[in-house]
Design a protein around this ligand. Structure first.
Ligand SMILES: [Zn+2]
Ligand SMILES: [Zn+2]
Length: 251
């Protein structure tokens, strides 16, 4: 059995050839301004639009994250589309007031809204809606954090990606992770830090696996929210259909 000491050269070169750059956000607390890349606070909304409601319970969803695709760092994938990417999720589930058909840990849930919108101008002035009484700390809308810059870091695939490509290979658990690091923190691009198996769901239009990782969100790291038990979530995109996006998490 292969160990880190006698790892075959072809395994090392597989990882090296799959190296990517991940961009870690540099954040700064901010007021509830609506534009730009940010966590929580107030989203950019069009003047004729109401605060997004959950498709399942019709209550307001919490605003988690917004990424200005026009202001990505030099060298990052600029092919995700144009406009603002936004992620909303219904947190009334934890209060027993929402029973979505599809759990929000799954892509295309009726309790999640993930979209890219063409945002022009200042957007609508809105107040953060009421999200229920007696929220546990996990459900309180988080503090608004603006993304002020990015720090590049080398990112390697998790061992699950390697195993998907080489299902018959047998090696130590540490064979890969000690040498080829994948950050579990929030990041733009890079590789998903899978906690279970790889989960590139199929595009619901063309059935292509949604392998474009746009962003990774870790529980209670920058966003004050727990995806299940200390889970990690991913914003994935169909490489062919830029408007088909999915949010999914594992824990
Ligand atoms: Zn709901
Ligand atoms: Zn597609």
């Amino acid at each position: 059995m292969a160990t880190p000491e006698n790892r075959p050269a072809w395994v090392t070169s597989w990882f090296q050839s799959h190296q990517r750059t991940a961009w870690l956000p540099i954040i700064k607390p901010t007021d509830a301004l609506t534009g730009g890349s940010k966590y929580a606070g107030v989203p950019w909304l069009a003047h004729d639009e109401e605060w997004p409601a959950c498709e399942s319970c019709r209550r307001p969803m919490q605003f988690f994250f917004q990424l200005d695709l026009g202001c990505l760092p030099e060298g990052a994938n600029r092919g995700f589309g144009d406009g603002l990417l936004q992620l909303f999720m219904c947190t009334w589930i934890q209060q027993g007031k929402c029973q979505p058909i599809r759990d929000p840990c799954l892509p295309f849930s009726d309790a999640t809204l993930i979209r890219i919108i063409p945002a022009q101008g200042a957007g609508k002035a809105v107040e953060i809606p009421f999200f229920g009484e007696g929220l546990s700390s996990a459900d309180v809308p988080g503090n608004c954090m603006a993304i002020r810059g990015w720090e590049a870091q080398t990112d390697f695939p998790r061992s699950q990606e390697f195993e998907d490509h080489h299902p018959h290979f047998r090696g130590d658990e540490d064979l890969f992770s000690d040498s080829f690091s994948c950050t579990q923190d929030d990041k733009l691009g890079g590789w998903p830090f899978w906690l279970q198996g790889t989960e590139y769901h199929h595009c619901r239009r063309c059935r292509t696996p949604m392998t474009n990782l746009i962003y990774q969100l870790r529980s209670d790291h920058i966003l004050s929210y727990w995806f299940g038990r200390a889970g990690i979530g991913w914003i994935l995109q169909c490489p062919k259909d830029k408007d088909i996006l999915a949010f999914t998490w594992q824990c």
